[in-house]
Design a binder for this molecule. Structure first.
Ligand code: ZN
Length: 385
C-alpha cells in the first residue's frame, strides 16, 4: 500500500436528522430574492415546507430521469423569473436536475456546451447559484456529489455536467422524507446506495476517508435495507438507509465507482428503467466476475481483502466469506423483487453496443481489475434473465 495522498470535497454543509427538513426556510434565508424549486411529480407532498419558504418561487416538477431538454426548459423558466436560488426536494432526478440548472444559471450557455462525452465538454468556470439539495429517496447520494447526469435521447447516452462548483451549498438529509417511498423505489434506490458504497470500497482510488464512509454505509445497508423494504414506516431502518445513501455519495464523489456503474450509465441511455434497478441487476454478477478475474490475474490485490470485509459488513457475520457476500447480494436483490436486464428493457441485440460503450465509460476505470470482453459479456449474460 502506498502512503495516503488524496483530495476530499463535499457540500459546504451537511445537515442530517429526522425532522430537520423543517429547517429549510432558515437555511436558505439571505441567499437570494427568488427561488426555482424542483420536486417530483407531486409537489403538494411538500406543501408545508414550500409554504414556509422566505422568498417567492416557481416549481418545476420532474417526472423520470432528467434530460438535456428538461434542463433547457428549466433554465429558461429560471432566467425568465429571475431565480437566484435553487432548491430541490425530491429523488435523484430532481436533485440532479436542480444541480445542473443551478450551474447553468450561474454560467450561462446551453447544457451541451458543458456536457461530457456527447457535448463540447467546456469547463464550468463560475459558481452555481446557491443550491440546496433535499433528497426524498435514499439512493443516489447526489446531494454530496459534484456532477449531474442528464440523458440525451437523441444520442442514446447519458452524460454528466461536472465541476467542483456544482457541489451543493447545503445537503439537507431528513430520513422522515423517505417514509413515503413505495417498496419498489426503496428497493432500487437502496440497492443503488449499497452499490455506491461497495464500488468505491474496492476501487484503486479509495482513500482512508472514503474507506471509513463506505464501510459504515455497507454495514448500515446490510443491517436495514431488507427491513426498510418490508416496513417503510420503520424510522431506524429508514435512517440507516438515508445514511448509507449519504455515505455512498461521499465515497463515490471522492473515489470512483466500478463496472456496475460503467454498465448502468450506458444502459440508462437506452432503456427507461430506474438507475438503481439496473445497478441491482448487475451487482452480484459483477462482483462474482471481478473476484474470479482478480483471483486469476491479480491474486495479491487489496480488492480481494475488501470484498471479504464487505461480505462480513453486509451479512453481519464475522466468519462470512466472499462467496457468502455474493450469495447475500443475490438473495437480497431477488427478495426485493428486482428483475433481470431483459425485463428492464434491454434487448439481446443491444448487448454488443453496451459492451463497446461500457468499456470506455469513466466508472469502468474505477473497477479493481480491467475485465476482458469475454468477462463483460458474461456479466451481461448472467444479469440478463
Ligand atoms: Zn448509482
Amino acid at each position: 500500500m502506498t502512503a495516503p495522498s488524496f483530495d476530499f470535497a463535499t457540500a459546504h454543509r451537511l445537515v442530517f436528522g429526522a425532522g430537520r427538513a423543517t429547517e429549510l426556510p432558515s437555511l436558505i434565508d439571505g441567499w437570494g430574492s427568488r427561488a426555482l424549486v424542483f420536486t417530483g411529480t407531486r409537489p403538494e407532498r411538500h406543501e408545508q415546507l414550500l409554504g414556509a419558504l422566505p422568498v417567492p418561487f416557481e416549481v418545476v416538477t420532474v417526472g423520470g430521469e432528467p434530460t438535456v431538454e428538461m434542463a433547457r426548459d428549466a433554465v429558461r423558466t429560471g432566467r425568465t423569473s429571475g431565480a437566484d436560488v435553487v432548491i430541490a426536494i425530491g429523488g435523484g432526478s430532481a436533485v440532479d436536475l436542480g444541480k445542473a440548472v443551478a450551474a447553468l444559471l450561474g454560467n450561462g450557455g446551453d447544457p451541451l456546451d458543458f456536457l461530457e462525452v456527447i457535448g463540447r465538454g467546456l469547463p464550468i468556470t463560475a459558481p452555481s447559484v446557491p443550491y440546496i439539495a433535499v433528497p426524498t429517496t435514499a439512493g443516489t447520494g447526489s446531494e454530496v456529489s459534484a456532477n449531474a447526469v442528464l440523458a440525451s435521447p437523441e444520442h442514446r447516452r447519458k452524460a454528466s455536467l461536472r465541476s467542483p462548483f456544482m457541489l451543493p451549498r447545503v445537503a439537507l438529509v431528513d430520513p422522515l422524507l423517505t417514509l413515503g417511498c413505495p417498496p419498489a423505489v426503496t428497493a432500487s434506490s437502496g440497492l443503488d446506495a449499497l452499490t455506491q458504497c461497495l464500488e468505491p470500497f474496492v476501487c484503486p482510488q479509495a482513500t482512508p476517508l472514503t474507506d471509513g464512509f463506505a464501510a459504515e454505509g455497507l454495514r448500515r445497508a446490510g443491517q436495514s435495507l431488507r427491513t426498510a423494504f418490508r416496513d417503510g414506516s420503520d424510522v431506524p431502518a429508514r435512517t440507516d438507509m438515508a445514511l448509507a445513501s449519504l455515505l455512498g455519495g461521499l465515497s463515490l464523489a471522492n473515489a470512483k465507482l466500478g463496472a456496475v456503474h460503467g454498465f448502468a450509465g450506458v444502459i440508462g441511455g437506452i432503456v427507461d428503467a430506474a438507475h438503481g434497478a439496473v445497478c441491482a441487476a448487475l451487482l452480484a454478477p459483477v462482483v462474482e466476475v471481478n473476484v474470479r478475474a482478480l483471483g486469476e490475474r491479480d491474486a495479491g490485490s487489496h480488492a480481494l481483502v475488501r470484498y471479504a470485509q464487505a461480505a462480513r459488513l453486509l451479512t453481519s457475520r464475522s466468519e462470512a466469506t466472499i462467496g457468502d457476500g455474493v450469495e447475500w447480494l443475490r438473495e437480497t436483490v431477488r427478495s426485493l423483487g428486482i428483475p433481470g436486464l431483459a425485463t428492464l428493457g434491454v434487448r439481446r441485440e443491444d448487448l454488443e453496443d453496451i459492451i463497446e460503450n461500457a468499456r470506455t465509460a469513466s466508472s469502468m476505470r474505477g473497477n479493481p481489475i480491467t475485465l476482458t470482453d469475454t468477462e463483460l459479456r458474461e456479466v451481461l449474460a448472467t444479469s440478463f434473465g
